[in-house]
Design a protein around this ligand. Structure first.
Ligand code: SAH
Length: 384
């Protein structure tokens, strides 16, 4: 293996990993790792020679064993409403999207966790791309790095970048370790310093992984619900067949029981005309949410986020009418359920929820290559 190939991308390591790398690979003290983290995440420096408080000898060791390689920006597109979208190049022609959404006093970055997605939710454009692979920690935290460099050093201190939502392409709980490591860098003071509650992981409902997240991390949880009963939800979110609503809600109860009192779970609900937007369905959703709040014994344990459907080419769904959306919200509010309607942002640059597509390399070719790799390594059933 060449030296270059053996270099560790420091963006792949969280604080604990970096400390280990400094101790074990470089034979250096932990505080050196902390100095380098500040250069990377507070100053956006990728060149060791610019790290002026790091001694020459250590800089030379770093050049040999490490690199700081953020994803490359393929293009960069501002929207009329202040939203900003980046297309970031990954390996092998793949690209993923990251979206920044500024709002009064806060700025939210929507981060991707996979190239494509394998869950096949019927109303989401990422699903039409298929699944290629998980993103590495460097590729996930690299999205925040690119946005924060664009916004200026210490963007979180200046309240430009205040929130991250793992609501871009992919299912974050299917890329658990890399996502948890990246979320730890988002919240680390030597990283992006975001408050725990301002980093949100959104899932289509992988029950066992929700439990694992509750045990291993401390972030806010959002659950993509989209329907209050199994019959409808299974049509929209095929994963519901494996983890039906009762099991999902029970996992949400367990998740909140592990958190501090007063925390809530956001339930996302994409409103589609004539599909899940009628008053009876709203009442059924309200009952489900009330039952959940009763179980965790906190009246505001559920927040419902209504998302008017964003269309994309080839979809059979349509956005609900404004009056229908308001009526749906009112039923929930009247039942005492905190309910917001998410204002659509960035749709002029296809950066709105469910419009992210990136560029996912052809799956068939990838699968053929994967089979060849297995054969080479003597792991293929066919070769045996
Ligand atoms: N896989 C995770 C993370 C992706 S976030 C999850 O399912 O939660 C996806 C969010 O985008 C979903 O909550 C959904 O509400 C929203 N979404 C997907 N497609 C959409 C569309 N076409 N219009 C509006 N919202 C959409």
């Amino acid at each position: 293996m060449t030296e270059a190939a053996a270099r560790t991308n420091l963006l792949d390591l969280d604080r604990a990993g970096l400390e280990r790398f400094f101790a074990e690979t470089l034979g250096e003290k932990r505080f050196r790792a902390h100095q380098v983290m500040k250069w990377i995440y507070h100053q956006h420096v990728t060149d060791f020679s610019q790290m002026t408080d790091v001694g020459k000898a250590l800089r030379a060791k770093l050049e040999t064993h490490a690199e700081i390689r953020p994803p490359s920006v393929q293009f960069d597109k501002p929207s009329a409403d202040g939203t900003h979208k980046w297309l970031l190049g990954m390996d092998a022609g793949n690209a993923i999207e990251t979206v920044f959404i500024p709002d009064k006093g806060r700025g939210t970055l929507c981060v991707s966790s996979q190239v494509g997605c394998g869950l096949n939710c019927q109303f989401c454009s990422t699903a039409t791309q298929g699944f290629n692979r998980n993103l590495s920690t460097a590729e996930i935290i690299g999205q925040v790095w690119v946005a924060s460099r664009h916004l200026g050093n210490r963007a979180h201190v200046h309240r430009k970048l205040t929130n991250v939502v793992m609501m871009g392409m992919g299912e974050p709980l299917l890329n658990f370790d890399n996502v948890v490591r990246a979320m730890s860098l988002m919240r680390d003071d030597l990283g992006f310093g975001l408050a725990n509650k301002r980093v949100t992981l959104s899932t289509a409902g992988l029950v066992p992984m929700i439990d694992r997240l509750g045990a291993e991390s401390d972030v806010a949880l959002a659950v993509s619900l989209h329907a209050p009963n199994d019959e409808l939800r299974t049509q929209l979110v095929p994963l519901n067949r494996k983890y039906p609503i009762a099991e999902l809600m029970a996992a949400c109860v367990r998740y909140l029981r592990q958190r501090r009192k007063g925390e809530s779970i956001t339930f996302e609900y994409t409103l589609m005309k004539g599909v899940n937007d009628d008053p009876a369905t709203a009442r059924e959703l309200a009952r489900l949410m009330r039952r959940f709040c009763n179980e965790v014994q906190y009246a505001d344990a559920a927040k419902v986020n209504l998302i008017p459907f964003n269309p994309f080419p080839g979809t059979r769904f349509e956005r609900s009418d404004e009056a229908t959306i308001r009526a749906f919200q009112k039923i929930l509010l009247d039942a005492g359920v905190l309910t917001m309607v998410r204002r659509t942002r960035g749709d002029d640059i296809d950066a709105a929820c469910g419009q992210l597509k990136g560029q996912v390399m052809d799956r068939t070719r990838r699968q053929a290559e994967f089979r060849k790799k297995l054969e080479r390594e003597g792991l293929s059933h066919e070769a045996a």
